[in-house]
Design a protein around this ligand. Sequence first.
Ligand SMILES: *Cc1c(COP(=O)(O)O)cnc(C)c1O
Length: 385
Amino acid sequence: MNSSSMPSAPSPQWDPKTLIVAGGRPAHDTDAPVNYPVTFTSTYHSQGQAAAGERVYARFSNPTWDPFEEVLGQLEVADSPALVFSSGMAAIAAALNLVPAGGVLVMPKHSYNGSLALSSELQAAGRLSIRPVDIADTDDVIAALQGADVLWVESPTNPMLEVADLPVLLAEAKSRGVLSIVDNTFATPLLQRPLTLGADLVVHSVTKYLSGHSDVIMGALVTSDESLRQKLHGYRTLHGAISSPMDTFLALRGVRTMAVRIERSQKNSQVLAERLAAHPKVQAVRYPGLEQDPGHERATRLMDGYGSVIAFQAGQDAAQADQLVAAFELITGATSLGGVETLAERRARHASEPETVPENLIRLSVGIEEVEDLWRDLQQALEQL
Ligand SMILES: *Cc1c(COP(=O)(O)O)cnc(C)c1O
């Protein structure tokens, strides 16, 4: 590397909200670009050397990944940079591959449906066996850890918004030699840093809050264990689920504004959750920021905010809940979450959703619009029920 391509060293004193803006930048040299360029290449000059350089081939490494991996690693307070993947599911597939052959995987029954579908497929193939747990029920999870190989945690869960007692579960897993993996997509490292609580590995769907604009599909893994990172890097190289340079550039561009996006969307979420809870046509609301929510005490103790996803039940059945989503004018009826725009979806429309997710449960991913416009839209749609 020449001096203009050396990264600026992040200051250990930087707050995470500063780190996302200032980390992963070229050094402050005259004429150095403020952002790293996007590198479109499939291979690297090796000058005929028998011992190739570090990059070799673009399935092994790409300089465009480096700043994003560095920033995400620092945000999760890891000793090593993150590893980017082509999607959250590609990262999850790499993580699930850590379960030894015939091993036992403890998994929340309300995990992201892709994680459930993939682990069920592995179970059907005889690769592993799943012990489903209620992740909010600490005793249930601890009992399931006996003789297990891997603990999978989501908190808050998608879409039920249950909150786990993360430090207790991770300590219990560690004391039993159970590898712990946390899907931190909902909370983001701004609200919760599982590696600091004892997790071995963190999984992200970068598609959501990290990139933040519903224009990228990408995933990441983060660990402080260098040998585990090497193993996962090897998996990524061999299985080939790498992130495209353009997507990685967009994700880094998106992460720059994550703190202000989350600040705003959380504020909107609190207002909307309170008003939904008081609305006569809404039967139930789950949002950890509500004082009456079963996850409120834990979320207050363990997280630096309550996030921006609300789950609520409205309408007598699936058809009425679908009608409600169809009646939105500003809010977009679409799957996914974590973007600047508010999205709503009846989750049980997916056949892969767990049966315990109510038919009329709507997941609202709250964006950064003016909250009164969002409320007007929710109100007019609810009044049509
Ligand atoms: C979306 C999501 C995933 C999957 O990520 P993709 O980028 O869509 O592959 C995994 N976990 C959670 C919690 C998610 O919300």
